[in-house]
Design a protein around this ligand. Structure first.
Ligand code: SAH
Length: 365
């Protein structure tokens, strides 16, 4: 049995393309087309990781599929379970690249946080992933594989079904648009995760927001704002120089106009950096226009920053000001800090080098 060198990863195709590829394959072998549906059913609903386990197919067909198609399944390099039940998986891709995903139980919800890139090029000064640098984009198959693997693990460990997916792991999803857009289609149509239960979180990549706005499914959008004005934002979120706030806000208007989906703003609260009460008023101005929900995230310590999360009092004051301005705000409870699984702590064991803006920002304090 000779294998063609470049077998296509069937798990990375959107379902229509996967079906067409399988139908073509079976037609070429003179096999009835219902076998294509059967194969997809086992891959999607059954989470099959190989064709060998599809015992309802004749042996010769299992072998022929193995020759024709790849099913890329990343290896589990490590699983860590936090005291609060949060579970972090470290996945090893075929080329050895490492990425993390996090399962977060909360009441009757089980949220999966997935990575879209190995590393990240955005260099936000408060984020460990940013410090570790950019390595490469993930394929659609590699993004979906984190869901397949985590769902399998959750099933085997009595955690129940994954109810929500957030693109808040490593990487900037809208800097990897093609594969991310395909992964959304696959999760929604193949694995039946409702679009309203999938959130794409972005640092504010304007063309990507516009592309998401144009999609007919109701995927949700979270925007990592972290500062309500250009001057402050450009110091902590470098991409602000490329897509300044007015442009970002304009793209959010397009998203809003597309209808039906409320935007969430994320705001990391760092002691003495971006938590002054008057900033809450500026943030409220922006949030009010979109009737947006604001998620205040107490800064999760990243080794070497020297920064601290805002005090409970500063958090209360800030949230109170937002509330008084008619903005719905919640403080996000840190989860999985003991295993470095909280927001901004995912670095997949890579070396971290502090980026320059961090040094400029702390020098004057
Ligand atoms: N690149 C995307 C998604 C990944 S980050 C984005 O920027 O939205 C997911 C969230 O964690 C973002 O809101 C990010 O700003 C936040 N985050 C990063 N570092 C953090 C830290 N040290 N403490 C708390 N939240 C952090």
């Amino acid at each position: 049995m000779t294998r063609t060198t470049e077998r296509i990863d069937l798990l990375g195709l959107v379902p229509d393309d996967a079906r067409a590829a399988l139908e073509g394959h079976f037609a070429g072998r003179g096999v009835a087309s219902y076998r294509a549906r059967q194969t997809l059913e086992r891959l999607y609903a059954g989470l099959a990781a190989s064709f060998e386990e599809m015992t309802e197919l004749p042996v010769a067909e299992r072998e022929a599929l193995t020759v024709a198609f790849d099913l890329k399944t990343p290896g589990v390099a490590r699983v860590q379970v936090s005291a609060d039940g949060t579970t972090k998986h470290l996945w090893r891709m075929e080329d050895g690249e490492l990425v993390e995903s996090v399962l977060i139980p909360s009441g009757d919800r089980l949220t999966l946080c997935i990575s879209s890139q190995a590393g990240c090029a955005m260099a936000c000064v408060f984020c460990a992933t940013g410090w570790s640098g950019y390595r490469r984009n993930l394929t659609a198959g590699e993004i979906v594989a984190q869901y397949r693997g985590a769902r399998q693990w959750a099933g085997e460990n009595g955690r129940g079904a994954i109810t929500n997916i957030v693109y808040m792991g490593m990487g900037e999803p809208l800097m990897n648009r093609g594969p991310v857009m395909d992964s959304l289609t696959i999760l929604n149509r193949a694995y039946r995760v409702g679009a309203r239960r999938i959130t794409v979180s972005t640092v504010g990549i304007v063309p990507g927001i516009r592309e998401l706005a144009a999609r007919e499914e109701q995927f949700r959008l979270a925007v990592s704002l972290h500062a309500p004005n250009h001057e402050l934002r450009r110091k902590i979120v470098p991409v602000e120089k490329k897509y300044p706030l007015p442009e970002l806000v304009e793209s959010l208007r397009a998203f809003d106009a597309a209808g039906g989906r409320r935007i969430t703003f994320e705001y990391v609260m760092i002691d003495g950096i971006n938590d002054a009460p008057e900033l809450a008023d500026q943030l409220a101005e922006i949030a009010r226009e979109f009737r947006a929900h604001v998620n205040l995230i107490p800064f999760n310590p990243v080794p070497g920053t020297g920064w601290e999360p805002s005090s409970p009092r500063a958090l209360r004051l800030f949230a109170g000001r937002l509330d008084a301005a008619g903005v719905n705000a919640t403080v996000r409870e840190p989860r999985g800090q003991d295993i470095a699984a909280a927001c901004g702590q995912l670095a997949a064991e890579h070396e971290m080098t502090p980026p320059r803006p961090f040094i400029e920002l702390t020098a004057g304090r």
